[in-house]
Design a protein around this ligand. Structure first.
Ligand code: SF4
Length: 479
């Protein structure tokens, strides 16, 4: 079979904007990428903080280099902009500042779109196999002519890896992002490919991230990966770290829907960093794709009981929702406060449909997490019945979603904990229960410090929050 897609792997072992600009410009030339019209650069800025989250995001030097290259290659440009919606309800404008993006953007005089402040518009979907008939995206995405996708090369506890296909999750604001962020996460990622296709992709793999997506362990990969088709780029990315592309469900679904290849036979892999040499370097690259009942409980005070789940395609585990959010939250705790998992009070985390008695220790508290969770039994002699309130995708209307506002979430979680402070157990109903909510509940029940309440972080985050609210209000009328 003749390869009809080209992917470049280039050596780059330092965050030097000039060098990155040269490599990306060469890559764009070789791949025939010529941005025009309304050009939008979409980095991965899920969270950014130079000390707490240094390896979670596409670095500012990378963005700097790519903007320089785009300016040289672009033709008939109406606008060059950088847009993103960060994760875990933190205002995107906070992360633009803490990542250093603001300085880069100001220097290059390009536009910024904080997608959580933009007006959200519906886009119709019609591709066979889609999960939904429409999804909401920010207006600048609906108007974009040329999307440049700039992911960070990272492992991911929900999806194994996060590369260019998964990076489109950052298009949606909080209200819409968490819709289907559950057993259907991989289907959702495939749906988003119909909204907009990346015309040029450059992955920041200079320092890659292992295991978690928010608190990854750094790995000096020393590579920039470029291409013009997301499936092709992600397929090569998988092979770079010994992951079988068939095991990455959103890549398989996207390829099945005709968005691109997932076989190396259909891809010409080129560049100055041979794939075999990359693979030699990445033996031992850590992917964390483990169930929480295997992951926790060995030496910390958190144990997990996992039941069964209500969708036929994944009855044994929910890879896209609550369990992965728990893993991310626990890693955030330990990155802020060493040994949080050992210092916290004993907690049993129960998720899914669980049958039979729970194996409880004397003072252990129980969190029944997620709408799909159900259990019936006795706790301290009292009969307890937890019922599932899970809704299938067709029962959830994406036009009538609930707010995922940062303060509302915090207030609701803390109130729920206060109301149940003398109870052995607490019920959290959401699908999914987000990383931010996990942080609140685990800190309240486990009696450990809440990173959300760190004074040094709180003040700039709350300033950004109120500016975000004001700007969103303006955009609702004038955006
Ligand atoms: S409630 Fe949580 S665990 Fe259950 S299906 Fe939803 S996201 Fe998955």
């Amino acid at each position: 079979m003749e390869p009809n897609h080209k992917v470049l792997i280039m050596r780059c072992d330092a965050y030097d904007p000039e060098r990155i600009a040269g490599i990306v410009k060469e890559g764009m030339e070789e791949l025939g990428a010529r941005p025009s019209g309304r050009v939008l650069l979409k980095p991965n800025l899920v969270i950014a903080h130079p000390e707490r989250f240094p390896h979670a995001f596409t670095r500012k030097e990378f963005l700097d280099g790519v903007i320089s290259a785009v300016k040289v290659r672009a033709e008939d440009v109406e606008e060059i902009a950088v847009g993103e919606r960060s994760g875990i309800v933190i205002p995107t404008r906070y992360n633009f500042k803490s990542s250093g993006y603001r300085d880069v953007i100001n220097r290059h005089k390009v536009k910024t779109y904080y997608f959580d402040e933009s007006r959200q518009v519906p886009v119709r979907l019609s591709k066979e196999g889609r999960l939904r008939d429409s999804v909401y995206v920010p207006k600048p995405i609906a108007q974009c002519d040329y999307l440049i996708n700039l992911p960070k090369f990272k492992a991911h506890p929900w999806c194994r890896v996060t590369l260019s296909l998964k990076n489109l999750m950052g298009l949606q604001d909080d209200r819409h992002r968490l819709v289907d962020h559950n057993l259907f996460l991989e289907h959702k990622i495939a749906d988003l490919q119909e909204v907009i296709r990346s015309k040029f992709i450059a992955i920041d793999g200079i320092i890659a991230g292992q295991k978690m997506m928010l608190t990854p362990t750094p790995f000096p990969l020393g590579a920039i990966v470029m291409g013009t088709n997301s499936c092709a780029v992600d397929t090569v990315g998988c092979h770079m770290v010994h992951v079988n592309p068939e095991d990455v469900s959103h890549l398989r679904l996207a390829a099945e829907r005709g968005y691109g290849p997932m076989s190396l036979e259909e891809i010409e892999v080129s560049g100055d960093f041979p794939l075999e040499e990359v693979q030699e370097r990445t033996w031992g690259f850590e992917i964390c794709f483990e169930r929480v009942d295997d992951y926790f409980g060995k030496d910390g005070n958190l144990t997990c009981t996992v039941g069964t789940f209500p969708e036929a395609h994944s009855p044994d585990y929910c890879w896209g929702g609550c369990p992965g959010a728990l893993q991310e939250a626990m890693h955030i705790f330990t990155s802020f406060y060493t040994d949080s998992d050992k210092r916290m009070k004993k907690i049993q985390y129960v998720v899914g449909k669980v049958e039979g008695p729970l194996d409880l220790e004397g003072d252990e508290r129980i969190i029944f997490t997620g709408s799909c969770t159900s259990w019936e039994g006795r706790i301290d002699g009292e009969v307890v019945k937890i019922e599932s309130s899970y809704k299938t995708a067709s029962e959830v209307d994406e036009r009538k979603t609930k707010s995922n506002d940062m303060l509302l979430k915090m207030g609701t979680a803390l109130w729920n904990c206060a109301r149940n402070r003398s109870s052995r157990y607490i019920r959290i109903e959401a699908c999914p229960v987000s990383v931010a909510e996990h942080l609140h509940y685990l800190s309240a029940l486990g009696k450990i410090k809440n990173p959300n309440l760190e004074p040094r972080l709180m003040i700039p985050v709350y300033i950004a929050y109120w500016r975000m609210r004001a700007s969103r209000l303006l955009n609702r009328f004038f955006g």
